[in-house]
Design a protein. Structure first.
Length: 358
C-alpha cells in the first residue's frame, strides 16, 4: 500500500488551522471566553487545544513507526531533530529580527543592542521558552499582547516524547503494555495535576510536568500503532468513540477522556480505508509551518490593525498569510533539511490498515 494512502496530512492541517482559529480569539480579545468549543464544552477546552491533542496522537502513532523502521537509534534521533529544529530556528529568527524591529518602540540600534532578541532565538530554538517577549514589542493592549509566539510551548513536550520513544525502544519496552501504562498514568496526571507541585523545583520538573500533562495523548497513538494489525480501526468502535466524546462534555471530563475517545476517533479518520484520501500535501507538508507561524502572523495582523481587528478578521487574514509562510518554510527550509535524513531500514513495511492487509 502506498505510504500516503491515509489522511494524516489532512488531519494535521485541520489541527493546525484549529490552533490558529482559537488563537484569533485570544489575540484579538485577550480572552478565549467566546471561542466556540469553550462555549460548547462549558469552559473545558478550546478547539486549538483539541487540535494539539490530535497532533500528539498522530505523533505517537507515526513516531513509533519511525523508530521501528529505523535501524540505528541515532538515525531516528537525527530524523526527529531535522523535522523540528530547522523550521523552528527560522521562525524565531524571523520573529526576532523581522517582526520585532518592525513593531518595537525602541530605536533599531537600541533594539539590536539588547540581549533579548538573541536570547529569544537561541533559547526557543533549544526549546527553552524562558524569553518569550522582545524589548519594546507590544502587538495589542491586552493580556497576551507581549507574547511573540504562544504556540511554541508544545514543541519541548513533543521532543521529550521523541526521547521517550528512543529510550523505550532501545530498552525493548515499546510495547502495548507499556503504552497502556503511559496512557493511564497520563490520564491520572490530567485528573489530579499531581506533577504540577514539583515545578518549583526547577526546569527538569517543569519539563516533567508538561510531559505528564500530554503523554496520554501521545501514548494513545503509540498503542494504536502497536495494535495496527488487529481490527482495532472499526467503524462501530468509531461510533462508540464519538458517542463517548459527546458524553464527556456533560460529564465535565472532555479533556480527561479525550485520550481514549478523541484520539481514537482522530486516528480512525486518518486511517479508515472507507474514507476518501484527501491530497492535503499537494503543495507540501504545511501543518508544522502553519503551527509555528500562525501566532506571530496573527500578532502582525493585530498590530497593523492598530489593535482593533475582530477575531474573525484576524483569522481570515492570518490564515492565508500563515499558509504562505508555511509554504516558504516547507520548500526553502524544512524539505531541503529533510534530505539529510538517514535512510530507513530497508524493506520496512509501510503502514496499511488491517482491513487491507487481510
Amino acid at each position: 500500500m502506498p505510504a500516503r494512502q491515509n489522511n494524516f496530512d489532512a488531519l494535521r492541517l485541520v489541527a493546525a488551522i484549529s490552533v490558529i482559529f482559537s488563537h484569533s480569539f485570544l489575540i484579538a480579545e485577550g480572552t478565549q471566553n467566546n471561542e466556540p468549543l469553550i462555549l460548547l464544552t462549558g469552559n473545558q477546552s478550546i478547539l486549538g487545544l483539541a487540535g494539539v491533542f490530535v497532533f500528539f496522537a498522530i505523533s505517537g502513532f507515526l513516531v513509533t513507526q519511525s523508530f521501528e523502521q529505523t535501524a540505528n537509534p541515532l538515525h531516528y534521533l537525527a530524523k526527529r531533530a531535522l523535522r523540528i529544529f530547522p523550521g523552528l530556528f527560522i521562525v524565531t529568527l524571523v520573529s526576532a529580527f523581522v517582526l520585532g524591529p518592525l513593531v518595537t518602540t525602541l530605536p533599531l540600534g537600541t533594539y539590536l543592542s539588547r540581549p533579548e532578541p538573541y536570547q529569544y532565538v537561541v533559547g526557543n530554538t533549544l526549546l527553552d521558552q524562558t524569553v518569550h517577549e522582545l524589548p519594546g514589542v507590544s502587538f495589542v493592549d491586552n493580556p497576551v499582547g507581549l507574547e511573540i509566539n504562544g504556540s511554541l510551548w508544545t514543541l519541548r513536550c513533543e521532543f521529550v516524547m521523541y526521547l521517550m520513544v528512543l529510550v523505550l525502544g532501545v530498552l525493548r519496552l515499546l510495547t502495548v503494555r507499556v503504552g497502556l501504562f503511559l496512557l493511564a498514568f497520563g490520564m491520572v496526571c490530567l485528573h489530579s495535576n499531581m506533577l504540577d507541585e514539583f515545578e518549583k523545583w526547577g526546569w527538569f520538573f517543569q519539563v516533567l510536568s508538561g510531559w505528564g500533562w500530554l503523554v496520554s495523548f501521545f501514548a494513545a497513538g503509540m498503542v494504536l500503532y502497536k495494535l495496527r494489525h488487529t481490527r482495532i480501526f472499526d467503524g462501530r468502535i468509531a461510533l462508540l468513540a464519538f458517542a463517548g466524546l459527546v458524553l464527556s462534555i456533560p460529564l465535565r471530563q472532555f479533556i480527561l477522556l479525550f485520550p481514549i475517545f478523541g484520539c481514537y476517533l482522530a486516528l480512525w479518520l486518518a486511517l479508515s480505508p472507507r474514507l476518501p484520501v484527501i491530497r492535503a500535501a499537494r503543495f507540501g507538508d504545511l501543518s508544522y509551518g502553519l503551527y509555528i507561524y500562525g501566532w506571530p502572523v496573527e500578532d502582525a495582523v493585530m498590530w497593523f490593525s492598530g489593535g482593533h481587528a475582530a477575531w474573525w478578521q484576524v483569522f481570515l487574514i492570518a490564515l492565508p498569510a500563515a499558509s504562505a509562510m508555511a509554504f516558504l518554510s516547507w520548500h526553502l527550509v524544512e524539505r531541503p533539511m529533510l534530505r539529510f535524513k538517514p535512510g530507513s531500514r530497508r524493506g520496512a513495511a509501510r503502514y496499511a490498515p488491517a482491513a487491507q492487509q487481510a
